[in-house]
Ligand binder design. Structure first.
Ligand code: SF4
Length: 267
């Protein structure tokens, strides 16, 4: 059996088990239309979904359309989303994104991956969330910090870059599985396979999972041999959230935040 086929078989078995465990797993962000989900997903960068859900009811009431975000006073919007963190960068991303939605798409969220990732503040992860959850379009697998960590531990990908992990998952499973797989891996990461304390003994897929990087002995994804990590200890799980383009956009936002803070203290 080739490496590709063994990974495919493993992914199929894990996906079937996750389906039994979390048949109704859904996106944890609250929304009632594609624009709300887009805004909530932008706000969820470096923030918990619980916190985002606390903030969004008032935000969605105050800004019901893309035009409303575009026309808002920047300081008002920053204050409204402040508790989600990185509010300067997020407010700028939301306003720039909504201006482009108004100029190019009549204020509507496009149902197209390329069009979405071209918008400010929108990376591949955000685009997949919106297309999969709001429109039911399986354009890829959402790879956030949970999916990234679990894919590596489960031996479904040897990569650490979200886009490469996503490519491995898309290759291993049929397109009809992509949307649900993301939701279920996230649910499993939250409930059982946490970053710091994975509950392997109680885990419903522990007979399938190679637990790569979890117990100090790192097994290869192709199945089998063990190798010690460089320090002889557990490989640190990846903690990046979002695709490289999401991460790059967040990083740019972070330095923009720093610049703004610097400017303020200089004033
Ligand atoms: S067996 Fe352990 S590492 Fe594997 S999915 Fe379960 S909790 Fe995570």
């Amino acid at each position: 059996m080739t490496k590709h086929h063994s990974r495919q078989a493993l992914a199929t078995a894990i996906a079937a088990r996750l389906k039994k465990c979390y048949p109704d797993a859904q996106c944890a962000l609250n929304f009632s239309n594609p624009l709300e989900l887009l805004i909530a997903t932008i706000l969820s960068a470096q923030c918990t979904d619980v916190r985002v859900n606390q903030v969004t009811p008032a935000v969605f009431r105050k800004y019901p359309t893309a035009a409303a975000y575009a026309a808002a006073a920047a300081d008002d919007l920053k204050n409204d989303i402040r508790s989600t963190g990185f509010f300067n960068a997020k407010a700028a991303a939301i306003q720039n994104c909504c201006r482009q939605l108004c100029e190019r798409f009549g204020g509507e969220v496009p149902r197209d991956l390329d069009a979405l990732v071209a918008l400010p503040g929108v990376g591949r992860k955000t685009a997949n969330v919106v297309l999969g959850t709001a429109f039911g379009l399986a354009t890829g697998v959402v790879v956030d910090t949970h999916v990234s960590r679990l894919s590596q531990r489960m031996g479904l990908s040897t990569h650490t870059q979200p886009e490469k992990i996503e490519a491995d998952l898309m290759q291993a499973l049929p397109q009809t599985e992509w949307i649900a797989l993301g939701h279920r891996l996230i649910e499993h990461g939250r409930r059982v396979c946490s970053a710091r304390k994975p509950l392997c003994e109680q885990c419903p897929i522990n007979d399938l999972c190679p637990r790569i990087g979890v117990d100090g002995a790192r097994r290869t994804a192709a199945g089998g041999g063990t190798q010690k990590s460089a320090r002889g200890g557990a490989k640190k799980p990846a903690v990046r959230r979002g695709s490289p383009s999401d991460a790059a956009k967040a990083k740019r936002g972070k330095s923009a935040d720093r610049k703004l803070r610097g400017r303020r203290s200089a004033d």
